[in-house]
Ligand binder design. Structure first.
Ligand SMILES: N[C@@H](CCC(=O)N[C@@H](CS)C(=O)NCC(=O)O)C(=O)O
Length: 216
């Protein structure tokens, strides 16, 4: 039985990679950059007709199972390959499962697009291609979801829970922190949400995060 993860760490593939590394699940990393045509070959398109990374292929006794969409990949690995023992990052109760699902869906619908605009136009693009006006507009819109995240984390902290779904770090934190990290170039904005900034730092300081990003 082999778990294969296609993609590179410096992409949304970090989400399933980070999840697998946190769990200590053995996997084969199939280095697949999103630039240069590797995601447009017939073989790759047969795995993901969208032509995007990540893709997870779980070679199981009953047959191969293919998962794409980065949040689905991370949640799948946690659920199917992790232990729901209340210690690992796998959700262990219906409440933890609900939190992981809702915050992952929330991230792709409420946070990801504007966070990516901040990353691209404050840091990732060559300076002469950056449009600070686009970044400013995105930062203004991000005040709404960041306030929602801040309120949730404050409520969690008030009941002695340091992370999104539980007292311990779970796959919910992988899914949200991997996107919230894109807002870091807007340091002044992030500083307005101290519970978010502290939680994000705790998530990104985890060794498995750096290990996932380093996989080329
Ligand atoms: N919603 C998808 C988006 C996947 C995606 O856009 N991946 C990028 C890399 S981060 C990609 O493969 N881009 C190459 C392309 O679209 O050609 C997910 O979360 O998996």
């Amino acid at each position: 039985m082999t778990l294969k993860i296609y993609g590179i760490g410096a992409s949304r593939t970090a989400r399933p990679l980070w999840t697998a590394l946190e769990l200590g699940v053995p996997f084969e990393h199939i280095a697949t950059p999103y630039q240069g045509g590797a995601t447009r070959t017939p073989a790759f398109l047969a795995l993901n007709p969208n032509g995007h990374i990540p893709v997870v292929v779980d070679e199981r006794p009953e047959g191969n199972l293919t998962v794409w969409e980065s949040m689905a990949c991370a949640l799948y690995i946690a659920r199917v390959h992790g232990k729901a023992d209340g210690v690992s990052i796998t959700p262990a109760t219906p409440r933890e499962d609900a939190e992981a699902l809702r915050w992952s869906f929330w991230t792709v619908s409420e946070l990801e697009k504007d966070a990516l605009t901040v990353l691209m136009h404050r840091m990732a693009l060559p300076e002469d291609q950056r449009k600070p006006g686009l970044a400013e507009q995105a930062e203004n819109r991000l005040k709404v979801p960041l306030a929602v995240l801040q309120a949730h984390l404050q409520a969690q902290n008030a009941q002695g829970e340091a992370y999104l779904a539980a007292h311990r770090f779970t796959v919910a934190d992988v899914c949200v922190a991997s996107v919230a990290s894109w807002v870091r170039p807007a340091a002044d904005l992030l500083a307005q949400y101290p519970a978010v900034a502290a939680w994000l730092k705790a998530c990104l300081d985890r060794p498995a995060q750096a290990q996932s990003r380093a996989l080329k």
